[in-house]
Design a protein around this ligand. Structure first.
Ligand SMILES: Nc1ncnc2c1ncn2[C@@H]1O[C@H](COP(=O)(O)OP(=O)(O)OP(=O)(O)O)[C@@H](O)[C@H]1O
Length: 258
């Protein structure tokens, strides 16, 4: 079953073509990896899906609904959540509070109604906290839950960012290089969490990743970008053996000049 359909998407920045006529489909429950050289358009695609960028042409259909013109917060309400290439957290706030912020789309009691109907606001707060605690347990960060995020090691901060994105209870989770800058052990942990999210919650994920070992291990399908165009897609083994992909990207990764 299709969760997301991208139809002939293009995105231009002045004379730069970030995306050119890209079409792809994402099935419900799958882990789709996006790979390609630097500047290929991978982050631009995620930005178009989350609503940060408005495409120059094309359509984005999520759960049968055209979301191309919806602002980011409406897409979040529909169940699209993301992490960023560079960690976007409030460094001085605790792990718990940062993840709690990810619940905002589910909060009904605003400041005013919270004051008027204190009971409702309090009940809501308790329910949200319970959910956040579950996520903290799931990500195995109980021991640092009260610590300011800025004090944590980089790998743990990345995990907190994943927690904030999960707090939205997304249908579709967009992960922009979730393992960038991590050591082997941290990468292994992150890979395990991604697989567990898919298994426990059935969350569909699109992930940008440069580490081919990780891509091969955890993704159901791989889409390859080069110069803003989709140049290949398929199951990991298929893509890895594709001569065009080897020329554009994998050869480069293995130290072969383009
Ligand atoms: N906000 C922007 N303004 C101008 N140009 C941009 C902007 N965002 C992206 N681009 C350009 O669009 C092209 C695609 O960039 P994008 O960041 O999507 O590539 P990428 O595949 O994610 O690269 P990387 O692996 O380095 O993150 C690049 O040429 C980039 O310079």
């Amino acid at each position: 079953m299709k969760l997301l359909t991208i139809e002939e998407l293009s995105l231009h920045f002045g004379g730069v073509t970030a995306l050119c006529n890209v079409s792809l489909q994402v099935n419900k429950g799958e882990i789709l990896a996006i790979i390609g050289p630097n500047g290929a358009g991978k982050t631009s695609l995620l930005n178009c899906i989350s609503g940060l960028y408005r495409p120059s042409a094309g359509r984005i259909i999520f759960q049968g609904r055209d979301i191309t013109r919806l602002p980011p917060h409406r897409r979040a309400q529909l169940g699209i959540s993301r992490t960023f290439q560079n960690i976007e957290l409030f460094k001085h706030l605790s792990v718990l509070d940062n993840i709690m912020l990810g619940r905002h789309v589910h909060m009904r009691a605003g400041v005013l109604s919270g004051g008027l109907y204190w009971g409702l606001a309090q009940r809501e707060e308790v329910a949200h906290r319970r959910r956040v605690e579950e996520i903290i347990d799931f990500l195995e960060i109980e021991s640092v839950r009260q610590k300011p995020v800025g004090m944590l090691a980089y790998g743990l901060q990345k995990r907190v960012e994943l927690g904030r994105a999960l707090a939205l209870e997304p249908e579709l989770l967009l992960l922009d290089e979730p393992m960038a800058g991590m050591n082997a052990e941290e990468k292994e942990d992150m890979a395990r969490f991604i697989l567990d999210i898919a298994e426990e919650w059935g969350t569909t994920m699109i992930l940008i990743e440069h580490d081919m070992g990780v891509v091969m291990d955890i993704s159901d399908r791989v889409v390859v970008f080069d110069f803003g165009r989709k140049i290949a897609e398929g199951v990991p083994a298929e893509v890895q053996a594709n001569p065009r992909v080897i020329e554009a990207y994998l050869g480069q990764q293995m130290g072969v000049e383009r």
